[in-house]
Design a protein around this ligand. Structure first.
Ligand code: SF4
Length: 317
């Protein structure tokens, strides 16, 4: 039965190697399979023509290749595409493709829903349903790639969609390993960004991982009280401790941490907030991504005026 079989896309490159070794096969066979799955994007074992028929049949007896297909694609005027996927259990997730000059960035989901409860976020209001598997994370890339015209490539990946990636640590890390692996997706470490609310134990663990990528922290406030009000997770993982950790986080040469700051009218957008933010980030190789709030029904916040956004930005500059 399919449910008892191993989804090959749930395996990290080293796990796939072990899996293939259990058939008595050499390491290069796992490399061939990585290329078929992630570079060629095949959907079946029959397409893996450089593997013997006997080996493909043996693989098919105990494993399978999962796929995702978009249920709906919604394109906005600026060219941003939202893709809705239905998972095997009926749950829905979203990926967003964002064109910007020479870049084509894909924003991926890592969970169905989210437990973090940020007050300015619709996903946060619905709570967490479950973690995505590694296969469900990487299948978003493969499915979106199939919708692109020839010679168009996704240039950047951001783990910033539905869910908190570090709350789904193992599956997210395996997906990032596949993104970075030279025989799989081959994304350079500068082109993959993981965005987190700042779960401290997981960030400490992340600092010890070999796989490299860019780190973004969803900050959204310049003091503990405001951050706890906007992001309840701040009560367990306070700003002060988080920034101390960021100050000591092992970054690659010339890399910087991105601090995301959603500007909410009257909440966190004052000149005092901007000045406090500057002081907080002193000594951390960083940049700030200011995001004027995108108003949505059911969320009790407003977008600040352009004047207010510019004033905030000028102080930071
Ligand atoms: Fe929303 Fe991200 Fe906060 Fe989760 S962590 S509630 S997805 S903003």
């Amino acid at each position: 039965m399919r449910t008892e079989k191993t989804d090959l896309k749930n395996l990290s490159p080293s796990e796939l190697e072990e899996f293939i070794a259990s058939f008595g096969k050499e390491r290069y066979r796992s490399i061939q399979i990585l290329r078929w799955l992630y570079q060629r994007g095949v959907h079946s074992f029959d397409e893996m023509t450089n593997l013997s028929k006997k080996f493909r049949q043996a693989l098919e007896r105990i494993s399978f290749i999962s796929t995702l297909h978009p249920l709906m694609v919604e394109e906005s005027r600026d060219g941003t595409k939202k893709l809705l996927f239905q998972l095997e259990d009926g749950n829905l997730i979203e990926s967003v493709l964002i064109p910007d000059k020479k870049r084509l960035t894909l924003c991926l989901s890592t969970q169905v829903g989210c437990a973090m409860g940020c007050r300015f976020c619709l996903t946060g209001k619905k709570g967490l349903k479950r973690n995505l598997t590694t296969a469900e994370i990487v299948n978003q890339i493969l499915a979106v790639r199939e919708t692109l015209p020839d010679k168009t490539s996704i240039t950047n990946i951001v783990l910033m969609g539905m869910g908190e990636p570090l709350a789904n640590y193992q599956n997210t890390l395996k997906a990032i390993e596949l993104m970075a692996h030279p025989e799989a997706f081959k994304f350079s470490s500068r082109r993959v960004t993981l965005s987190t609310v700042g779960l401290i134990p997981e960030l400490e663990q992340l600092a010890r991982e070999k796989v490299r990528f860019r780190l973004a922290i969803s900050l959204n406030a310049s003091d503990e009280a405001t951050r706890s009000r906007l992001m309840p997770i701040n009560r367990r993982h306070p700003l002060k401790k988080l920034l101390e950790l960021c100050r000591n986080f092992p970054l690659q040469p010339r890399a910087r941490i991105t601090f995301e700051y959603v500007l909410l009218e009257g909440e966190n957008d004052s000149p005092q907030d901007a000045k406090r933010l500057l002081t907080l980030l002193r000594g951390i190789p960083s940049k700030v991504n200011l995001i004027p709030f995108n108003e949505a029904s059911g969320i009790p916040f407003k977008k600040p005026s352009e004047e207010r956004v510019r004033q905030f930005q000028d102080i930071l500059m």
